[in-house]
Design a protein around this ligand. Structure first.
Ligand code: KG4
Ligand code: ZN
Length: 339
């Protein structure tokens, strides 16, 4: 049995996870979210300083949680990109120091592959072929997956503008709801009517062949902005709950419709939904309903495994190690805009 330790620092969460043979042994997470709230978004320098301050205590906590001694770790995996450069640099430097001190192999892994691998900790190995919808603050993509450790991930489509999580965050700001916007909108939407405001479903019915699996959320955000401006001009109260529910419904409708269509078009019967936005309760409910109707097996990890964490990096690291891949050495850099 090999024990792989994973370190994630690509944005504002410092996460360490420990995985052996596809089983999560323990993890620890620290977040600088609270420090970013007053700025309405992540401030890279603040996030990097917070990673530096908490990376060692996260390591200690994860080892204690797993009941594993540092010397028992067989391999180390670290997010090398994509993400905020200054945040990635802290994690990559720490992981290199640990690998050097312990004389253990180090593997540079991709953040998005980590999000997908997180699901295997809960639902076991992936089938030979599956499709993943990754929806986070930085990504909205439909991906065709084979073997996670050895096959390239094929992009079916991406967002043309804002990522889904970014759209949640921007619309929350328009509605003066606190950062991060996703959970705020979900909470506000609970008491709203999803059919109250007629919002567009961008690229859902009207798209070119190239846009079949593409997303676009900036028009949706502009439609909400226009509604808010009009209400302010006419002195009408802004119906925050109704706007939140209508916006959430539009995003969810587009995401799930396209994901189900991608599965149908490619004759794939397993859909994974991963990334921070996969924590959204309405998205999970609509996905479950539509996948059941379409005969698709749906895999969505628990919310704690959806948002950034160290377990997901240990999970992809563990798969890569077990595939027999060569370690990355100690000379790689961080790639903030890794494709
Ligand atoms: O995966 P993640 O933790 O970090 C990135 O890699 O970006 O995703 C963060 C994003 C944020 O935009 C946040 O607003 C969104 O995920 N998010 C949600 C929910 N929880 C987090 N969006 C919708 N509903 C949620 N419950
Ligand atoms: Zn992420």
């Amino acid at each position: 049995m090999g024990i792989t330790l994973g370190l994630e620092t690509s944005c504002d969460e410092t996460g360490v996870g420990i995985v052996a043979d596809g089983v999560l042994l323990g993890q620890a997470l620290a977040s600088s979210m609270d420090e970013h709230i007053r700025y309405g978004g992540v401030v890279p320098e603040v996030a990097a300083r917070a990673h530096l301050e908490s990376v060692t205590s996260c390591l200690r906590q994860a080892l204690a949680d797993a009941g594993v001694a540092l010397e028992q770790v067989d391999a180390i995996a670290v997010t090398s990109g994509p993400g905020l450069a200054s945040s990635l640099h802290v994690g990559v430097s720490a992981a290199k120091a640990w690998a050097l001190a312990l004389n253990k192999p180090l593997y540079a892994v991709h953040h998005v592959a980590g999000h997908v691998a997180a699901d295997t900790l809960q639902h076991g190995p992936l089938p030979d072929r599956s499709i993943a919808l990754i929806v986070s603050g930085g990504h909205s993509s439909l991906l065709m997956l084979g073997d996670l450790a050895t096959d390239p991930i094929v992009h079916l489509g991406d967002t043309l503008d804002d990522a889904a999580g970014e759209a949640f965050d921007k619309v929350a700001r328009l509605l003066e709801l606190p950062y991060p916007g996703g959970p705020s909108i979900q909470r506000a939407a609970e008491s709203g009517d999803p059919a109250a405001i007629d919002l567009p479903r961008p690229l859902l019915t009207n798209f070119s062949e190239r846009q079949r699996y593409a997303f676009s959320f900036s028009g949706l955000k502009s439609a909400v902005a226009r509604y808010v401006q009009l209400a302010r001009r006419t002195g009408e109260p802004i119906r925050t709950a109704d706007v939140a529910a209508s916006f959430q419904e539009a995003v969810v409708d587009v995401l799930i419709s396209k994901a189900v269509a991608a599965c149908r078009d490619h004759a794939v019967d397993t859909l994974l939904i991963v990334g921070g936005v996969a924590a959204n309760a309405r998205l999970r409910a609509v996905a479950a309903e539509r996948c059941l109707a379409a005969g698709i097996t749906l895999r969505v990890p628990a919310p704690r495994l959806c948002t950034d964490n160290g377990a997901m990096i240990a999970a992809i690291g563990d798969l890569v190690v077990r595939s027999g891949a060569k370690p990355s050495g100690l000379d790689f850099g961080a790639d903030s805009s890794a494709p």
